[in-house]
Design a protein around this ligand. Structure first.
Ligand SMILES: [Zn+2]
Length: 209
């Protein structure tokens, strides 16, 4: 049983993937000016003059995962006879709720039971990062990560748990600051075997608080 704290995950943002699609910054800028005018603001006043360009750069960053294929991080694998759980806890992520275009932020816990193949530890954090950097819903994000790990590593079991705070719930609508949304996706043995599932959930939830 190996549990890797996040401080062992290093520099997972360091290399950049080749991007072919170019975000249309001018188009975002025009749209942001429109929104500002529509709410009764003056997009030309000093404090707002640079805002459309800033927002365009921010969206290009927040949605950079749309131009990346997270699979590639799981393709370099190592043969290992290690066959116990590998779990990376507390992978911080920021994503953007696709219903409101407001951020949701939290932590991902990704565990798998290898089937003769293991992947570099930082790669799981990269997968989380790229899946997060898209217009998302937490439920789908959780399943996407689980399916990627199961599919690419042929793992005997995969467990993904995400806990996040959604600003569309905390700052607007029902306004419930402090509320957390928890989602899980289980694959293979963690889905089929209750005691395996209880064990991995114990490892994930047991020490996070
Ligand atoms: Zn929302």
């Amino acid at each position: 049983m190996v549990i890797h704290p996040p401080n062992q995950i290093q520099n997972f943002m360091s290399d950049s993937s080749v991007e072919t699609f170019q975000v249309d910054h001018a188009r975002i800028e025009g749209a942001v000016r429109e929104i500002l005018s529509a709410v009764g603001e003056d997009p030309n006043r000093e404090g707002l003059r640079e805002t459309p360009a800033r927002v365009a750069r921010m969206y290009a960053e927040m949605f950079s995962g749309l131009r990346k294929d997270p699979k590639i991080h799981l393709q370099k694998v190592f043969s290992e006879k290690y066959d116990e759980v590998v779990l990376i806890k507390d992978i911080a992520f920021s994503s953007m709720c696709e219903h409101h275009l407001l951020p949701f932020t939290g932590q991902a816990h990704v565990g798998y039971l290898p089937n003769g193949k293991v992947v570099g530890l930082s790669k799981l954090a990269r997968v989380v990062e790229e899946v997060a950097r898209r217009p998302q819903v937490q439920e789908r994000m959780t399943e996407e990560i689980a399916d990627l790990v199961e599919g690419e590593l042929s793992a005997r079991g995969v467990a993904v748990v995400l806990e996040a705070s959604h600003s569309c719930m905390t700052i607007r609508g029902v306004r419930k600051p402090g509320s957390m949304c928890l989602t899980s996706a289980m694959r293979g043995v963690f889905r089929e075997n209750l005691s395996s599932r209880a064990e991995i959930l114990g490892l994930i939830v047991g020490n996070t608080k």
